[in-house]
Design a protein around this ligand. Structure first.
Ligand code: HEC
Ligand code: HEC
Ligand code: HEC
Ligand code: HEC
Length: 496
C-alpha cells in the first residue's frame, strides 16, 4: 500500500473513531455495524474520552505528504499557481543571501534541504540566511504546523494567500510525518553514512530505467559546460538529492523512495552508490555541441558568417547557421560524400569521419585555428568545451551506413522500437506530436524528422538536443540496434 493511501486510511479511521465517540455508543447495534475501528493503527486513542464530552474533537488533517515534500521546493509549479515576483516578506530581515524574487519563496531557500536552516548545510555559503530549521517539528501535530503556515506565529509567514489549504495541509503532513533527519544518510562533510555500495547499486537498477546505468542520461541543467547529473548532484548537494529521491520530482513520473517503501538503510546505501557515479558524459555532450554549440554552451550565437562559408556558394544560409558543425560536415559526418552531397544544404565540404583516428592534439589544432586559421573556434570554446568536442570526434562518429539507407529507409524493426519509444513519448507524446519544432506554418514533429532526416534523428536520439533537458539515448545502455528500432518506429508516427 502506498504511503498516500495509508495516510488517507489513517485519517478515515480517525474520523470513524471520532464519529463513534460522538454517537456515544448508547446504541449497541450501531457499533457492531460500523466497519471495525479496531483496525486503526495503534497511535489512535483506544479509550473513548466519555468523561469530557464537551472537549472539541481533534481534527485529523488528510492529504498527501509526498506532494507536500514536492511543494517544499518550487511550490508554484506543483500547485499550478503563478510564480511569485516580489521578495518574500521575511526576506528583508536578512541580507547574507542575495537571491531575489521567486527563489526567496522556496521553503528550502530559508530552511534548507536538510531542514536544519542555519544549523545545517545552509549555515555557510551563498544560501545562508541565518533562519532556523524546522526539523524539530517532525512528529508534531500537523494542525499546529498548518497554523504556522497560515501565519499563527508570525503574520509575515502566512502562505494562505498564495497556496490553497490542501497544499498547506500536504506540507504540514510532510513536515510532521515524512521529513527525514538527513544525518541518517549522509555526514555533514557530504560523505555517505552507509558503506553498502553493493546494495545501493542493486537499488539503482530502478533509477537506471530513466537515468541510464551510470546516471548520465539526464542533465538537470541545460548547458553541457555546467552539467548536473544525478551522480554529481549526490556528491555536491546530497541533501537536495536525498530530498528529491525520497519524495519524487515534480512534473515527472519519477519514483519516490518513500512511496516505494525503501528503508533508511536502503536509501543510505543508494546515496553511497550514486555518489560514485561519473559527473557527466563526455561523448554525448560533445555530440550536443556538434549542432548549435552556442546553445549547448549557454552563450550568444556568433555573429556574421563562419569565415570558410565564403569559399562555397551552393548553400544559401547565412549567419549563425553557418557556424553549426553539422551544416558543413553533415548529420552523417560524411559532408559532400553523404546526405549533404545534394540539396539545399550542400556545401561541397568534406566529412570528418576520418578524424576519429586523430589524436586529441591534432583535433584541437583543427578547432583552435592552428591547422587552418579560418577554422577557429577558440574564441568560443574553452578547454572543457574542446575536451567534449574531442571526445565526440574520437568516439561518437557513428557510421550510419549499415543502418540508414541513402533513400532514408532504415534497417530496423518498428515493433521492437515501440517499447523503447515510451521513454521519448514521456516528452514527445505517444504520437510524437506533443512538441512541435519548426514554425506554425511548417510544423515538424518527431515523425517528420524521422522520415525527412533519419541521420539528424539518430544523432539527436543518441546525444540529446542543445539547450533542453532531452534524454541522451547513448547513455541509456541501449545498443545502436535499439536506437535504430526506435528510429524505425518513429518513422511510423505522423509527420504532420
Ligand atoms: C523567506 C524565508 C522563509 C521562507 C521562504 C519560508 N520560511 Fe518558514 N520560517 C521562516 C522564519 C524566519 C521562521 C521563524 C518565524 C517566526 O516564528 O518568527 C519560519 C518558521 C517556520 C515554521 C515554524 C518553525 C518553528 O519551529 O516554529 C515552519 C513549520 C515553517 N517555517 C515552514 C515553512 C514552509 C513549509 C515553507 C514553504 C512553504 C516556509 N517555511 C517558507 C522563514 C521562511
Ligand atoms: C520514471 C523515470 C524516473 C525514475 C524511475 C527515476 N527518475 Fe529521477 N528523474 C526523472 C526525471 C524525468 C527527472 C527530471 C529531470 C530534469 O530535470 O530534466 C528526474 C530528476 C531526478 C533528480 C533531481 C534533479 C534536479 O532537478 O535537481 C534526482 C536527484 C533523481 N532524479 C534521482 C533519481 C534516483 C536516485 C532514482 C532511483 C531511486 C530516480 N531518480 C528514478 C525520472 C526518473
Ligand atoms: C563553414 C563550414 C564549417 C564549419 C561550420 C565547421 N567546419 Fe570543420 N572543416 C571545414 C572545412 C572546409 C574543413 C577542411 C579545411 C581544410 O582542409 O583546410 C574542415 C575540417 C575539419 C576537421 C578536420 C577533418 C579532417 O579529416 O582533416 C575537423 C575535425 C573539423 N572540421 C571539425 C569541425 C567541428 C567539430 C566543427 C564545429 C565545432 C566544425 N568543424 C565546423 C568546414 C567547417
Ligand atoms: C525530457 C524530455 C524529452 C525526452 C525524454 C526526449 N526528448 Fe526529444 N526533444 C525534447 C525537446 C525539449 C526538444 C527540442 C524542441 C526544440 O528545440 O524546439 C526535443 C527535440 C527532439 C528532436 C529534434 C527536433 C529538431 O528538429 O530539432 C528529435 C529528433 C527528438 N527530440 C527525438 C527524441 C527521441 C528519439 C527521444 C527518445 C530516445 C527523445 N527525443 C526524448 C525533449 C525530450
Amino acid at each position: 500500500m502506498s504511503k498516500k493511501s495509508f495516510s488517507i486510511l489513517l485519517a478515515l479511521a480517525m474520523i470513524l473513531a471520532l464519529a463513534l465517540v460522538a454517537c456515544g455508543g448508547s446504541e449497541e447495534p450501531a457499533a457492531t455495524e460500523a466497519p471495525a475501528p479496531t483496525k486503526a493503527p495503534a497511535e489512535q486513542p483506544t479509550e473513548a474520552p466519555a468523561e469530557q464530552p464537551t472537549e472539541a474533537p481533534v481534527v485529523e488533517l488528510f492529504g498527501d505528504p509526498l506532494r507536500g515534500g514536492m511543494l517544499y521546493d518550487k511550490w508554484w509549479k506543483v500547485a499550478g499557481v503563478d510564480e511569485p515576483t516580489a521578495d518574500h516578506p521575511l526576506w528583508a530581515t536578512q541580507d547574507s543571501n542575495t537571491r531575489s524574487g521567486a527563489d526567496t519563496w522556496r521553503c528550502k531557500e530559508c530552511h534548507g534541504w536538510d531542514y536544519k536552516g542555519v544549523d545545517g548545510a545552509y549555515g555557510s555559503g551563498s544560501h545562508t540566511t541565518g533562519f532556523a530549521g524546522i526539523l524539530d517539528l517532525a512528529g508534531s501535530d500537523p494542525s499546529e504546523i498548518l497554523g504556522m503556515l497560515q501565519g499563527s506565529t508570525n503574520a509575515d509567514h502566512d502562505f494562505s494567500a498564495v497556496m490553497d489549504e490542501q497544499a498547506l495541509t500536504d506540507l504540514a503532513i510532510f513536515i510532521s510525518e515524512e521529513m527525514a533527519d538527513m544525518s541518517v544518510y549522509v555526514n555533514t562533510d557530504k560523505t555517505p553514512v552507509s558503506s553498502d555500495v553493493a546494495l545501493g547499486e542493486e537499488l539503482f537498477g530502478e533509477c537506471a530505467d530513466c537515468h541510464g546505468p551510470e546516471g548520465l542520461a539526464r542533465n538537470f541543467h541545460t548547458a553541457v559546460n555546467d552539467p548536473e547529473y544525478v551522480g554529481g548532484l549526490a556528491a555536491g548537494n546530497p541533501w537536495e538529492a536525498l530530498h528529491k529521491i525520497r519524495v519524487g520530482q515534480p512534473g515527472t513520473d519519477m519514483m519516490s523512495a518513500v512511496d516505494a517503501g525503501w528503508s533508511d538503510e536502503e536509501i543510505a546505501a543508494l546515496l553511497a552508490y550514486v555518489q560514485t557515479l561519473p559527473e557527466a558524459p563526455l561523448v554525448s555532450n560533445g555530440g550536443i555541441m556538434y549542432d548549435k554549440w552556442w546553445k549547448a554552451l549557454d552563450m550568444d550565437a556568433p555573429e556574421g558568417d563562419m569565415p570558410l562559408w565564403a569559399t562555397q556558394d551552393s548553400n544559401e544560409r547565412s549567419g549563425a547557421d553557418t557556424w553549426r558543425c553539422k551544416e558543413c560536415h553533415g548529420w552523417d559526418y560524411q559532408g559532400v560524400d553523404g546526405a549533404y552531397g545534394s540539396g539545399s544544404h550542400q556545401t561541397g565540404f568534406a566529412g570528418i569521419a576520418d578524424a576519429s583516428s586523430m589524436s586529441a592534439a591534432e583535433i584541437v589544432a583543427w578547432l583552435d585555428g592552428s591547422a587552418n586559421a579560418d577554422h577557429d573556434f577558440s574564441p568560443y570554446f574553452d578547454e572543457g568545451a574542446m575536451e567534449l568536442m574531442v571526445a565526440f570526434i574520437q568516439d561518437g562518429l557513428t557510421d550510419t551506413s549499415p543502418y540508414i539507407n541513402s533513400d532514408k529507409t532504415v534497417n530496423g524493426d518498428p515493433d521492437a522500437g515501440e517499447a523503447f519509444y515510451e521513454e521519448c513519448g514521456e516528452c514527445h507524446g505517444d504520437d510524437g506530436k506533443a512538441i512541435m519544432f519548426g514554425d506554425e506554418s511548417d510544423p515538424e514533429y518527431v515523425g517528420t524528422i524521422a522520415n525527412d532526416n533519419p541521420w539528424e534523428f539518430l544523432h539527436k536520439a543518441l546525444n540529446g538536443q542543445p539547450g533542453t533537458h532531452m534524454l541522451q539515448g547513448r547513455e541509456m545502455g541501449w545498443s545502436i540496434d535499439d536506437l535504430i528500432n526506435i528510429l524505425a518506429y518513429a518513422q511510423t508516427l505522423p509527420a504532420e
